[in-house]
Design a protein around this ligand. Structure first.
Ligand code: ZN
Length: 148
């Protein structure tokens, strides 16, 4: 995918996350592991979560995929680490709404941290699944019913 349609700052942040992904490793201790694939692009994510007392004490991912899928997973892990299950699921919903073009408040979008930058993938409908794959993996690992 060419990212040339994106604003330079957004492109830099996205590329930085994909080249130096945060929390891209296996966990020593995980309470749940989920693998999801996005066959249209070839993205694969293996997400591991360690829930302690209803909070994401640690989170890590492995797998491979395009720039968007990798940077989205890196941004997501930054955003949800230390958060409660309920807060994380709310963030997943905010992210989904954002990339589908549904209006959310600025305060909601701020909760996503860098991940809010991925609102720009709305310009590329074919890439929305790349951005949401990790969030679906998160939902599933937190016990939501998700079709794979
Ligand atoms: Zn992709």
């Amino acid at each position: 995918m060419s990212l040339s349609g994106l604003n330079n700052l957004y492109r830099e942040v996205i590329l930085d996350h994909s080249e130096h992904p945060h929390h891209k490793h296996n966990l020593e201790r995980a309470t749940d592991k989920v693998t999801l694939k996005n066959p249209t692009c070839g993205d694969v994510i293996n997400l591991e979560v360690n829930l302690v007392d209803g909070k994401i004490a640690d989170i890590g991912f492995t797998g491979e995929g395009c720039t968007i899928s990798q940077s989205s997973a890196s941004m997501m892990t930054d955003a949800v680490i230390g958060k409660t299950t309920a807060d994380s699921l709310e963030m997943a919903q905010i992210f989904s709404d954002m990339v589908m073009g549904k209006k959310r408040s600025d305060a909601d979008l701020e909760k996503l941290g860098d991940a809010a930058i991925l609102s720009s993938v709305m310009q590329f409908p074919a890439r929305i699944k790349c951005a949401t794959l990790c969030w679906w993996a998160l939902r599933k690992s937190l016990g939501e019913d998700v079709d794979d």
